[in-house]
Write a protein that binds this ligand. Structure first.
Ligand code: FAD
Length: 380
């Protein structure tokens, strides 16, 4: 038995999801890359088929399944080779804020739509001058009677164009302590004063819409605060373990797919009448890749197990996020070398992998920030 205990029901879910993605996602992935966006209708189809937010309780429209279903969804989405539909961000990073910190009214209001795909979510922390150091944010939220007035801007927000709801971190300028000043608020699409800026052109993940968001005297009702005022920074920190675990799951799964592709290529491509895979240097490269991938997989599956058991595996999760991000980048780079001149051609799918994977050492916390947290766990 493997480290994770997948049941027949999990295997069946994976099979159904794979079929769905083959039919509804893969045939459109290239067009979405060209369009630089995934249509909202694709999200709704995925929701209607039961593949979004599978952990949400039945009381709020979900099937109430365990985290392994989220793992399967992240893995299978990665295998589609399309990185535009940020379902893991929606299902396993943003919506958990609503579920964990929202009151009953908020859960009733939003969770069913998040499950059905009618509501696409985003989380907005980063600002032009506040990335790794989130607490340096400038965006303000000031109470005015029954309302909260938000002013400021956010940038590099995934699902920024498509989102129907954004969870925004903003500070009360009257509070001096920069951590205690931060709260989280829900802003609905269409709220006066909330506008989109540029749809950012990235070097990779073209179909993933990443945007600037602007808030100009944006008034939201007081009931749109998530959790307690001043707890925003603590809530963000509490959710980091799962956010970075999801990033690691995606990286390891992506690396497994890359490995399969390069092995297949090395076996079927001949140079001087001999398959690449028969040359010692290539065999060693592939053996090194396979070793990295396997070791990451074992470490990751143990982490998933610990996470599901409610253990504090924060330092180990930072390790997994950092190592798997570096691994997939190195693998994508070496894969291009193996393809030689064909590794330079736009229609080589590995070129997209190479571009798409470059981001993973940066978002969801940079490699340096992962190392900083690991060092803290060592008392350094
Ligand atoms: C495609 C994409 C999607 C994104 N999606 C979202 C999103 O949905 N929501 C959101 O809020 N944000 C999002 N981000 C922003 C992302 O979270 C930030 O890019 C990330 O946190 C790093 O911040 P930064 O880019 O400002 O880098 P900086 O913090 O400016 O860092 C620059 C460099 O300095 C290093 N550095 C910074 N601080 C330290 C330190 N203390 N010690 C050592 N080195 C340090 C960093 O590692 C990095 O190498 C996204 C970014 C991208 C590119």
């Amino acid at each position: 038995m493997g480290i994770l205990e997948y049941t027949d029901a999990h295997h069946d879910y994976r099979k159904r999801l794979r079929l769905f993605l083959e039919k509804e996602v893969t045939p459109h992935a290239d067009q979405w890359e060209r369009d630089h966006i995934v249509p909202k209708s694709a999200w709704k189809k995925m929701g209607a088929a039961g593949f979004l937010c599978t952990w949400v309780d039945k009381a709020y429209g979900g099937p109430g399944l365990d985290f392994l279903y989220s793992v399967i969804t992240t893995e299978e989405m990665m295998k589609t080779r399309q990185t535009g539909m940020a379902t893991s961000l929606h299902c396993d990073i943003v919506v958990p804020y609503l579920s964990s910190f929202g009151n009953e009214e908020i859960k009733q209001r939003y969770l069913p739509g998040c499950v059905s795909g009618d509501i696409i979510t985003a989380v907005a922390m980063t600002e032009p001058g506040a990335g790794s150091d989130v607490a340096s944010m400038e965006t303000t939220a000031v109470e005015d009677g029954d309302e909260i007035v938000i002013n400021g801007s956010k940038t590099f927000i995934s699902n920024g164009i498509n989102c129907d709801l954004v969870i925004i971190a903003a500070k009360d300028p009257a509070i001096e302590n920069k951590h205690a000043a931060v709260s989280l608020y829900i802003v609905d699409d269409g709220t006066p004063g909330f506008t989109r800026g540029r749809h950012l052109e990235k070097m990779g993940m073209h179909s993933q819409d990443t945007a600037e968001l602007f808030f100009s005297n944006c008034r939201i009702p007081k009931k749109n605060i998530l959790g307690k005022k001043g707890d925003g920074f603590i809530m963000l920190m509490q959710k980091l373990q799962q956010e970075r675990l999801v990033a690691a799951i995606s990286n390891v799964s992506g690396s497994e797919v890359l490995l399969e592709k390069v092995i297949a290529y090395a076996k079927t491509t001949e140079i001087d009448g001999k398959p690449l895979s028969k040359r010692q240097s290539i065999k060693f490269t592939l053996a090194e890749m396979a070793t990295d991938v396997r070791m990451n997989r074992v470490f990751l599956d143990n982490l998933i197990k610990g996470h599901m058991a409610g253990e504090d595996v924060i330092a180990e999760t930072m390790m997994a996020k950092y190592v798997s991000s570096e691994m997939i980048n190195l693998m994508a780079d070496r894969a291009l070398d193996l393809f030689g001149e064909y590794g330079m051609l736009e229609d080589n799918p590995l070129v997209q992998d190479f571009r798409d994977m470059r981001i993973v050492t940066i978002f969801a916390g940079t490699t340096e920030i992962m190392k900083t947290i690991i060092a803290q766990s060592l008392g350094l």
